[in-house]
Design a protein around this ligand. Structure first.
Ligand code: AMP
Ligand code: GLY
Length: 426
């Protein structure tokens, strides 16, 4: 088979890396890929001239290359209807339709959906009008959370600890239009306390197949300090998701979501990612839905997956995910993101990267913001690499990951030194 993976991050590298192991697969293309995809194995081909937003070109590429199956990494092409377009041309693809992708692309859609189907989430109200939003903030008090309705590349959520910050966020989105159309409508919601976890499943319209659990680290600096980022590291499994919580999430969140989408006439296919907040009493609420895998959660999840992922994708296409039982490496996988100078603001690019160790059974390095420049590997984005270590427990996996990190050098490299600390404390 020939497989196309759409995207250029560490998530897509990890998906392509796993798919390339399948004996069914002759060729994996990654569009546009990164500096790691062409280096990796003879099966991985980066198609650097195919941007993820050009969904028509991607469909034409899939037709010309006779691609058997396409997997989409990021939310943007999903929200632009890549799945609808591919299906209309008879191409097989794993992901949600444009309508179903609204679970991620519109916070208001997701919140109204959850309310309608009684899926636990923070109380909220939606506003177009700045004055009404300011009144609501005053009524509810701080802390409070202000979210742009649309996709805002990680800049759309303000967790306001004070009234002043909340009013500023309302001004920024509704009055100053700093997020454009994405912030023309805002969801204002109750602040939730607890510990976050990522719960990712595959859905074929009806059946649900849970992937291994994981936990992400969103802040830039150690001890969860500094600005929010796309994610500075993740590990799998996440001990906070005990078997009881796992069953509860499936029962109270995932199943009602998949059934609700079917009932609403928008059956969900693709990866469904529920961002969870778990409080001290073990109550679980949905912070958000994503209609894709997480980055960097995918990197440790894929390194632990032992089953043939292409078989699973075929089952998803045939709506038989209920027949799949995934096999996982019992070890812990822990990924440390190495980011470029000045990330998460405008990251510097072009710094040469040296010392990436060869893959062993104890560690794998996935590329994200890297590119090859005259044969030299250089930084090309905010999150540059995700270095995954594997071992019998979290501490061991952490040691393995940081051993590999210590061999890698590029100017301005930033990484956290405490990935996995919550699990180690437990
Ligand atoms: P989201 O994109 O909606 O997941 O929000 C990004 C981050 O903001 C989450 O990972 C949380 O850390 C935080 N966050 C979002 N919603 C809330 C909430 N209602 N209460 C507390 N923190 C939140
Ligand atoms: N790591 C969080 C996300 O992918 O949304």
């Amino acid at each position: 088979m020939k497989i196309l993976v759409v995207g250029s991050g560490g998530r897509e590298h990890a998906i392509a890396w796993h798919i390339a192991k399948s004996p069914k697969v002759q060729m994996v293309f990654v569009a546009p890929g990164n500096g790691g995809t062409p280096l990796d194995t003879k099966y991985l081909h980066g198609i650097s001239n195919l941007p993820i937003t050009d969904i028509k070109e991607l469909a034409q590429f899939a037709i010309d290359e006779k691609i058997d199956y396409t997997v989409v990494g990021p939310e943007k092409p999903l929200s632009e209807g890549i799945v609808d377009l591919f299906r209309s041309k008879g191409l097989k693809i794993f992901g949600p339709t444009q309508k179903a992708a609204q679970l991620e692309s519109s916070k208001d859609f997701a919140k109204a959906f959850m309310k309608r189907h009684k899926i636990p989430t923070a109380d909220y109200a939606t506003f177009h009008d700045a004055a009404a939003a300011h009144d609501y903030v005053n009524l509810k008090g701080a802390p409070i959370v202000i979210k742009a309705d649309g996709l805002a590349a990680g800049k759309g959520v303000v967790v306001a600890m004070t009234l002043e910050e909340a009013h500023q966020a309302v001004e920024m989105m509704l009055s100053d239009n700093q997020l454009g159309q994405a912030g023309a409508r805002v969801v204002i919601e109750e602040f939730l306390m607890g510990e976050e976890a990522s719960f990712i499943v595959m859905v074929d319209g009806k059946n649900i197949l849970a992937l291994a659990t994981s936990q992400d680290h969103k802040r830039l600096l150690d001890h969860d300090q500094g600005p929010n980022t796309g994610g500075m590291g993740a590990y799998s499994p996440a001990p906070i998701v005990t078997p009881e919580i796992h069953a509860k999430v499936l029962r109270e969140i995932i199943k009602p979501t998949v059934q609700g989408m079917e009932k609403d006439g928008i059956p969900f296919t693709g990866f469904l990612y529920a961002g969870l907040m778990i409080d001290a009493q073990k109550n679980v609420k949905t912070l958000e839905f994503n209609c894709r895998m997480g980055d960097p959660e995918t990197q440790p999840i894929m390194t632990r997956l032992k089953s043939d992922f292409v078989d699973t994708l075929i089952h998803a296409e045939q709506q038989t995910l209920n027949e799949v039982e995934l096999e996982w490496d019992p070890r812990v996988a822990l990924g440390v993101v190495m980011a470029s100078y000045n990330y998460p603001n405008t990251p510097r690019t072009g710094d040469e990267i040296i010392g990436i160790p060869q893959e062993t059974e104890h560690h794998v390095v996935f590329h994200a913001g890297t590119t090859l420049n005259n044969g030299k590997l250089v930084t090309n984005g905010g999150r540059v690499l995700c270095v995954v270590g594997l071992d019998g427990n979290v501490k061991g996996a952490q040691t393995r990951a940081y051993e590999a990190v210590s061999q890698i050098r590029f100017d301005g490299a930033q990484f956290r030194n405490d990935i996995g600390y919550r699990a180690i404390k437990k």
